[in-house]
Design a protein around this ligand. Structure first.
Ligand code: BMP
Length: 226
């Protein structure tokens, strides 16, 4: 299960960079994650036109961390422009923050995804001290999923243990950040989020196939899948 992170480099013509990769990959992957590099450069309107009619996961990765009222406005706009999922930080807490965001997400049909741990080393400084509480919070706001790092598979296993089947786990950190395709799935993730090793490659499709094939091979070994 693969979600492609579309983070265009600063020298790219962002609109065509995103559009080309979306068109090349859409039939092979389960979804796309769009973050600040594309959104601040071209805005939601032009992005919405690229993805119009797409039925896969379309995740706005804004890692929201604001008061509930402001996040709610953002969520409404995202839904208006065709996104079907949004990522927020868990550390902002429930009252006047995730309580409001989760209500708006429910009303607008947006899947709420909370960050419970991150793939970079600095995540250990503060965020990782609270993984357990963050997973409990994700369950209590009825989040659709959580983000946990492929770079630290023991955290994915811990999150899966806590989350049971209630939450999807999405794991970034494959490729450029060092983890191998399939390893997060073997640790309990549902989706691997992969960006640059595919999107910055000179042959995007070939690189995506390589990741998919490695995922399949590892999952076959560890989970006994086809
Ligand atoms: P890449 O495969 O190019 O390293 O991209 C990973 C993607 O996942 C990026 O879009 C990044 O913003 C996101 N991400 C991450 O790398 N680590 C996290 O802990 C959370 C993320 O959303």
């Amino acid at each position: 299960m693969l979600i492609v992170a579309l983070d265009p480099p600063s020298n790219a013509d962002v609109l065509s960079w995103v559009e080309e990769r979306f068109k090349t990959l859409k039939q092979y992957v389960q979804g796309f994650k769009i973050g600040l590099p594309a959104i601040i450069e071209i805005g939601l309107g032009p992005l919405a036109r690229i993805f119009r009619g797409y039925s896969g996961l379309l995740i706005a990765d804004l890692k929201l961390a604001d008061i509930g009222d402001v996040m709610s406005i953002v969520a409404e706009r995202l839904a208006m422009h065709g996104f079907n999922a949004v990522i927020a930080h868990a550390f902002i807490g429930y009252e006047q923050a995730l309580d409001k965001l989760s209500a708006v997400c429910r009303e607008k049909g947006l899947k709420l995804i909370l960050v419970v741990s991150m793939s970079h080393k600095g995540s250990r400084e503060f965020i990782d001290r609270h993984v357990k509480e963050f997973v409990e919070l994700a369950k209590s706001v009825d989040a659709w999923g959580v983000v946990a790092p492929a770079t630290r598979p023991e955290i994915i296993r811990f999150v899966r243990e806590l989350a049971g089947k209630e939450l999807r786990i999405l794991s970034p950190g494959i490729g450029v950040q060092g983890a191998e395709p399939g390893t997060a799935i073997c640790s309990g993730a549902d989706y691997e989020i992969v960006g640059r090793v595919i999107t910055y490659s000179s042959n995007v499709l070939e690189s995506a196939f390589k990741v998919l094939e490695e995922q399949r091979k590892r999952a076959t070994q560890c989970l006994g899948l086809r």
